[in-house]
Design a protein around this ligand. Structure first.
Ligand code: 3H9
Length: 696
């Protein structure tokens, strides 16, 4: 097998080692063993005076094989392969294209010279997988480019494009395609100039303790709750004072300790979960997508504007329909202002911003949408308004054009029925701000065609989104779970906890904000209007908390009105709790006959998070979510669930289903049937299986 994964050939007096391990030339066991065998050949080939290490296919090695990390390691280890490359007596040149990441870059750093084509990128993304570079990256990169720049790559996750990598000295030359030929020519020049091996390990390190301390401070907030980034800083610190061989031993130790953490399991799980989410179980693989060349958005509110920018950013022309010329112009002005902001913050060049803006055309007449292949409606969250929009679209667009609704709660089946071609209707639930948030819930109505799904899932990736398919229910996957999470937060407030305590307990668990702070940010009125529209209140839930509604009745909507659960000064900065909340909550408890008491943080976290997990299990049983990992991807990318906990369903397994079910039963005794363990959890408990065993 090694023979076919890694091959050796000679081109003139250059030996060429080539890996071909699709899709990304991951450095699994066969590749490592193959490179070792090919090196034997290259070193014993007397006619080979230099060696090139290259890959076929779309990329140079994109890293170690992540799927091997949970299994017992099999020699040769990557570090051994790399040490052998570095110690080669013949000069070794790496030929980089695509994404030379993690172990891929480490291989290149073991080589004596590196060339890349213009499109290549290099990086060390290990901390995003809960580990540190484990094959020399923390020791060789600082030696090559200095500690400060290495920390940007290793901890900051900075990917360097070929030109930047060249400027920093990571690569020696940018060459024409095909890159392997460029590397062979580079090697031939080395031979001609009698240039020998040039191991990085022999170089000294440019940096100081203050670089290390600065990084510890700089990344403390970004990586709150994480382990790996700080162990990576420890490893880089060692490069300052220890010889390479010692540094490598320490790095390996830290790598192994990191790889044994829940954080590593969680982040590696999330890596594969994200890719799995793009796959729809019962969608025939060969279903051809519909071409999407022209898009349209209806409604220029916050969501509509953001969605139009998503299309424009991805290179798709988009027509934005508004109700009047004034509204259209105001929308286009607001979009131009958003791009201006990005330019002034240095996030885009003026040319790129202008290019994107030029793809957005305003319109006020449905006939201007005739050519659209995909139309996303983002009008007012009112079913009759949306039905009318869909019917009007039906009259002008091609009968197979796709119509997506950006609704957060409405019944997508009912909306699809407003079209004469319900198979073309689906939900595309973007999260706010649409041009920033990665998550896209793709809502599959009963009649939605395979073609519609086969079009939108890959399109989402092109748009830079992470798509997760959801069935139709109130709130789909994310917001349905959010509702029970908020329900529990409200109840804890009724029962005696303060909003500050609840928010802090959830923040300490790892979410970026607690449930009350989030609602103040998004606007408490959003949920209030939705509940009014759906008639949600005490009729369905005897312990329904009216506190948020009572605030809204006083026009206290959160940050935008300067007061919500908290009071704000100068817009976003909270200066303390709104005293009204501390009056309303006990009054409500009294009215409902609830005895107030001291509540500890463990109970707060358990009730908020376990309620959400139980609802997630119901979503699986109802077939709304395809697999537990899809739910995790929704919560990691749409709601800031701490990635080092893997998402609510992965987290449930770390708590253990047995403990979860037992706690749910206790809560049921105390609070009622809404705490009944989901039938799926009860079954898993009976069979002693984790939730993640259902991922496929
Ligand atoms: C590391 O190197 C540790 C070392 O320091 C030392 C250890 C001792 N392994 O993303 P895509 C699969 S840690 C296994 O859709 P794209 C992926 O699951 C590693 N499988 O393509 C998918 O499978 P499927 C450091 C991998 O073009 C298929 O390949 N490296 C790996 O959008 C296509 O992937 C990284 O963290 C892997 N390393 O993006 C890089 N990578 O088709 C991780 C991919 O069955 N990879 N697969 O769903 C990436 O960031 C992207 O895959 C990449 C391509 C940018 C390369």
């Amino acid at each position: 097998m090694n023979d076919t994964v890694v091959t050796y050939r000679r081109d003139g007096n250059v030996g060429v080692i080539t890996t071909n391990n699709p899709p990304v030339n991951a450095l699994g066991h066969a590749v490592r063993a193959g490179i070792m065998a090919a090196l034997d050949e290259a070193l014993s080939d007397n006619d080979a005076k230099a060696i090139v290490v290259a890959c076929d296919g779309r990329t140079f090695h994109a890293g170690a094989d992540i799927s091997e990390f949970g299994k017992p390691p099999q020699p040769p280890f990557l570090g051994e392969v790399i040490n052998r490359l570095e110690n080669c007596t013949k000069p070794v040149v790496a030929a980089l294209h695509g994404t030379a990441l993690g172990g891929g870059l480490e291989i290149a750093l073991g080589c004596h010279y590196r060339v890349a084509n213009a499109g290549a990128q290099v990086g060390l993304p290990e901390v995003s997988l809960g580990i540190i570079p484990g094959a020399g990256g923390t020791q060789r990169l600082p030696r090559l480019i200095g500690v400060a720049a290495a920390l940007d790559v290793i901890i900051g996750g900075k990917r360097l494009k070929a030109a930047a990598a060249h400027e920093l000295g990571v690569i020696d030359a940018v060459v024409e395609d095909p890159v392997t030929d460029g590397a062979i020519a580079f090697a031939a020049n080395l031979i001609a100039a009698a240039q020998g091996p040039r191991p990085i390990g022999a170089q000294s390190v440019d940096g100081s303790d203050s670089d290390i301390e600065e990084a510890r401070t700089r990344y403390a907030r970004r990586y709150r709750g994480y382990n790996a980034p700080f162990r990576a800083i420890d490893a880089v610190e060692a490069s300052l004072t220890t010889p390479l061989a010692e540094g490598l031993v320490l790095e390996r130790k830290l790598f192994e300790a990191c790889n044994a953490t829940i954080e590593a399991r969680a982040l590696q799980y999330a890596f594969f979960a994200e890719r799995q989410a793009a796959k729809i179980k019962d969608l025939p693989k060969e279903t051809p997508p519909r071409a999407v060349a022209q898009t349209a958005v209806i409604g220029g509110g916050t969501m509509g504007r953001g969605i139009a920018m998503v299309f424009a950013d991805a290179g798709l022309p988009v027509t934005l329909l508004e109700i009047s010329a004034e509204a259209r112009d105001a929308t286009l002005t607001a979009i131009a202002k958003s791009y201006d902001g990005m330019v002034s913050r240095g996030r885009l060049t003026r040319d790129v911003a202008n290019d994107r803006l030029s793809r957005i055309t305003g319109a006020t007449d449905y006939v201007d949408l005739t050519a659209a292949d995909l139309i996303v409606e983002a009008v007012f969250e009112e079913i009759d308004v949306k039905k009318e929009v869909i019917a009007r679209l039906d009259a002008v667009v091609a009968s197979d054009a796709l119509i997506a609704t950006n609704t957060s709660y409405l019944d997508v089946n009912a909306l699809a029925a407003a079209s004469a071609h319900p198979q073309r209707v689906l939900g595309m639930h973007f999260f706010s701000p649409a041009n920033v948030m990665k998550l896209l819930e793709v809502v599959r109505a009963d009649a939605t065609s395979d073609t519609a799904l086969a079009t939108v899932m890959p399109l989402a990736k092109r748009l830079g989104k992470i798509p997760v398919v959801s069935g139709v229910c109130h709130g789909f996957i994310g917001n349905r779970m959010l509702q029970v999470y908020q329900r529990e937060a409200n109840r804890l407030l009724q029962e005696g906890a303060t909003i500050t305590q609840i928010d802090k307990a959830i923040f300490d668990f790892g979410l970026p904000m607690g449930p009350f702070a989030v609602r103040d940010l998004a606007g408490i009125d959003v949920g209030w209007r939705m509940r009014k529209a759906f008639g949600i209140g005490r009729a369905q839930d005897a312990r329904y908390s009216a506190v948020p509604d009572l605030l809204c009745e006083r026009d206290q909507f959160g940050q935008k009105t300067g007061v919500g659960f908290y009071i704000y000064e100068g817009g976003r900065k909270s200066i303390g709790e709104n005293p009204l909340v501390a009056e309303l909550a006990p009054a409500e408890a009294k009215e409902l006959g609830i005895a107030r008491r001291e509540i500890d943080d463990t109970e707060i976290v358990e009730r908020c998070i376990f309620a959400m997990i139980n609802e997630g299990a119901n979503l699986l049983d109802e077939g709304i979510a395809q697999r537990p990992s899809d739910i995790d991807i929704v919560w990691l990318n749409g709601y800031g669930f701490p990635a080092y906990r893997g998402g609510p369903m992965f987290y449930a397994d770390t708590v253990r289903i047995e403990k979860l079910v037992s706690r749910l039963k206790d809560l049921k005794k105390e609070y009622g049937p809404e705490w009944s363990p989901a039938p799926l959890l009860a079954r898993l408990h009976k069979d002693s299986k984790p939730l993640t065993s259902l991922n496929r």
